[in-house]
Design a protein. Sequence first.
Length: 478
Amino acid sequence: MIDSTVLDVSVGEVSIPKGTATLIYSGNQVTARDLNVAYGLGAITGNVQLELDSQRLTGLLRGNDLFVADLVPQLPIVGKIGAEEVTLSGTISEPLLSGRMTGRDILVEGVELAGVVADLKVNGSQVQFENAVAKIGAGTVSASGMVGIASGTGRVEFAIENLPLDKLPVDQELVELAGEVDGEGIFETDATGAWVGSSTLRFEGTEVNDFDAGSGVLQVGIRDGLVTLSGGLSSLQGLVEVPEAIYGLESGDVRGELWVTNLEVAGVLRAASRQIRLPDIQSERVVRDLEGLVSAEIAFNKSGEDWRVDVRSLVGQKFESLGRQLGNIELQGVGSANEVTLAKLEWRIPAEEDGRESLATIKGDWKRSEESDFVSITGRFVEFDPYVLSLLAEDVPEFHADVNADFIVEGDTKNLVGQASAEVSGVQIRGEEGRLIDLPIEANLSGIEFANDQFDILGKLKFRGIEGDLVVMIPSPL
């Protein structure tokens, strides 16, 4: 009988910094009694027998406070595991450990796992696990597979049941999630050692900051260094679809499409409410109270430092805010870091009382170069009532008018020039008794020019049937 200590021993691909035991020699067999092997910050204890001629091992062991990171450092898992009874078999060069593991204080990418159990086999070069189960809140995750201890290669099959979304690792100060997800998937390493696979996730009752995103299915895959996402969610507050989105793991490049149908603007703003920060209080009130429906098809692409967003179609309907009807919007355009093309912006505003529908159309371009920022914008107002713009300011007296105008603005952003013509009629103000009062004033502004930070206005002004010429020069307020 010998009390012994060993240091820095390697068994297969497993390194053991220190081990102690009482050794008993009996013919062809050596028994290590009261074995205590340091493994990372934990320990393995028990009794082991070795047949000298065959190098065969047998024994019963116990794992105490073993850290997952010491077993499989390639996986993003922290926490402790233990095992009451582990069977040792195999040989010195290829030992095999098998037993039931239990875990505590387990975190995977910030997600806390409770009630972790799994049947494990460790053969020196890889860890196999079966019947692995963990509780996440009221949900359950089950898995089986194998992972190479040193190589990081392997295969994992998993299933998710009733996983609460509020347990996912998101910034709770910005996003509050509710709902549940079920799903399953298989991921494994290919011939190059890269992880590939796919999973199906089914969402129920999804909410983002009290926005009802609803239910739906998402497909997630990994192959050739690319993560793919497709699927959609729908509710009474609209439909959101991602036909396909692709993310490059190494490059960080992203491309894909986003489709939305009859999505409630108020719900989207609630979902993004903690990110909305506008410098003007009244503008923030308008945005936060905005309601309406949006349908859109948008493509996006980011490659390196370059990005591009293509708004193929965006239609907003039944917009209103702070009790005011804001009408419908149609938008088409393309944008990047150095160039924007607004192919179409059409804003139709319903009439106030007995007035007419207002229409504003704008299109234009902006391009940045090393020397300058060039802008070209053209627009038209048809029976446009400027009172709708007063929503952006507090305590503005109510006034109305019919404005018909055409304008063009172009040039370097530091030296813009522009031309316009306009007709103004139907001017009204709200009287003290609450009735609209007609003002006998009309304007025909045939020549409006902007250059050198100054507006020059030429035209005719009519008041109570008396007409006169109008010549005005106004410095730019900007």
